[in-house]
Every structure is written in structure tokens, then in C-alpha cells.
Write a protein that binds this ligand. Sequence first.
Ligand code: NAD
Length: 336
Amino acid sequence: MTIKRALVCGAGGFIGSHLVRRLKRDGFWVRGVDLKTPEFAASEADEFVVGDLGEARVCREAIDDGLNEVYQLAADMGGAGYVFTGENDAAIMHNSALINLNVLETCRAGGAATIFYSSSACIYPQENQASADEPVTAEDSAYPANPDSEYGWEKLFSERLFASYARNYGMRVRIARFHNVFGEEGTWMGGREKAPAALCRKVAMAPRDGEIEIWGDGGQTRSFLYIDECLDGVRRLVDSSFQGPVNIGSAEMVSIDQLARMVMDIAGKPLRLRHVKGPLGVRGRRSDNRLIAKRLAWAPCQPLSVGLEKTYRWIERQVQQRAQSADPGAATPLHA
Ligand code: NAD
């Protein structure tokens, strides 16, 4: 039996490093490529190229014609504190567009069989997400386009880029729009972390009778998908005949205050919430899973609390280890 070969672009990042593990478990030979190797555990990839996918030379080194599947996850990326302040807009658009242009063109020249692209819920029009209760994220509501961040606009451009290559060059492309993926071994400090990791860190660090800061009034809503379920959705999409774009997310919507309380329950710490100004994004967002249920007969089924418990325990250990270590990195700001 021939072993299938896969490339994971962004294999040093959160989702990419988990995807490498998943593909190995599924019997693939895997090459990873990223600016860096994974931060929290050694990569399980058979080969790992450290390099900048914005450079055509690195793309040629990583992409060869023997690849059955290419997963393009590399992006200039972060949570609200990175994406919504406006300070990183030019870098986000330039870096991510360049990666996508280079990876796709090299795949075309090299004849890779299937290419998966990770887009984002951030492509949806902001006016459809002005309500915390009834956000609209059906896939066909993406146009007329009006994302609330340059990160979202770049994702939309790149979705169209991948779809154009499929149309014009007959490439087998699959596109997913991820909605807030979280889990162990994700960024939990430093400014690029997302809400679940940031709240787990704040709760783990707070004294028992203390308080934690919440950006905004805490009434903004989101849905969060545990990493293993995200990868189930990705693998199912790649194996299917459906090109997408399709949402891969959870339909369980919570407010940020509710999320904070869930973390406090897990930790057994009833802390006070202090609401402060901060970058927020849209008022409400939840994955609309009707299309993925119809086309792939799939939906995540695990409640948010299950993945959150695992994530909290992992972040709690990181906080404890950091406090005990004399690592000079301990001077790095933890960020709000
Ligand atoms: P991440 O930041 O952990 O991983 C992205 C990786 O890309 C990083 O390891 C980074 O070093 C790498 N990278 C950046 N620029 C590069 C370059 N020029 N060359 C090579 N590698 C480069 O992010 P993640 O959470 O794992 O997200 C993976 C993908 O999924 C991204 O495309 C992201 O936009 C998308 N996405 C993620 C979420 C989420 O909730 N995590 C939601 C929507 C979309």
C-alpha cells in the first residue's frame, strides 16, 4: 500500500501542530513548514522545513509533486488584541496574502493533488453580527462583503484566490471558515492569544479572592470549537467532494462573561469580573452549521465545557511552570 504524503503549512502553530499529529495518526507521511517549530511539544512531522512561505524558494523546497494533500494554515494571526487594534493591518494583509499567493502558485506548478485553505468567520459582514443574540453567518451571507477587520478582508481575497485556481487550473481545492478554535498547546500569553486562552490564564493567575479583567461589557457572544473537533471537520471536508467554503465551528454560543464563569467553575474560583475598555470585534458570532450538516453530514457534538476543562488544566500547568522557572522569558509581558 502506498503511504499518502501531506504538507502542513503553519505546522509550528496551534492548529497546524495538532493537524500534523492527526495526519500521522491517520497513517500519512507528513512534512511541516513554518517560520518556527512548535512551542510546546516537538513536531511529529517526518520532515520539518523552517522557513518563510512568503519566499518562493521556501515554497519550492516544501512543495513537491509527490504530495497528495497540502494544508495551508500559515498566516499572520492572533486574537482581538492583535487583529482588531489596527496596528498590525499592513503586516497581516501583506504577510498572509504573500504566503497564499506563493503556496498556491507553487502547488499549481508542482501538481499537488488537494489543497485545503483555512479561512475564517472574520470574513462575514459586520452588520450581520451587530446583535449578540441572532448573528448571521450562513455561508451565502458573505456578500455583499463588509468584514470588520483587514484580517477578514485578506481571508476573503484568499478564498477567492483559491477558488480561482480551482476554476482556471482544475485544482482540487477545499475551503473552510474556522470559528474560534481553542485547546491545549495554543498561544496563551504574549498578545496573540484568543479569549478562551486569555480567560483561562487570567483565572489561573488570579488570587482566590481576586478579580479578572474582561474587555468590553462582557455581553459580546461567540462560539468556540475544540481543536480535535475542528480537525475532524477538516479531514472530512478534504475527503469529500464538496469544495466549500463551509463553516467549521460550534453552534453553542456563549457571552464572554458566561465563558469567564465557566472557566471559574472549572477552576473552583468565584472571582469578580471587572469590565474594561479593549478591542472587541463584532457584537455576536456563532457558527451556522446547516451547510456542513447537509453536505458533510457532520457537526461537532462535544459541549464547550469538555474542551474548556482540558484547556484550563493545560494553561494552569503552564502558569505554574512559568512561576517556578527562572526562565528569562518570564519577563515577557502577559498582555491583557
Ligand atoms: P497560529 O498563529 O498558531 O499558526 C499560524 C502559523 O503560521 C504560525 O506558526 C506562524 O509562525 C506561521 N507563519 C506565519 N507567517 C509565516 C510565514 N511567512 N512562513 C511560514 N509560516 C508562517 O494560528 P492558528 O490558530 O493555528 O491558525 C491556523 C490558521 O487557521 C490560520 O490561517 C488562521 O487564520 C486560521 N484560523 C484560525 C482560527 C482560530 O480560532 N485559531 C479561526 C479562524 C481562522
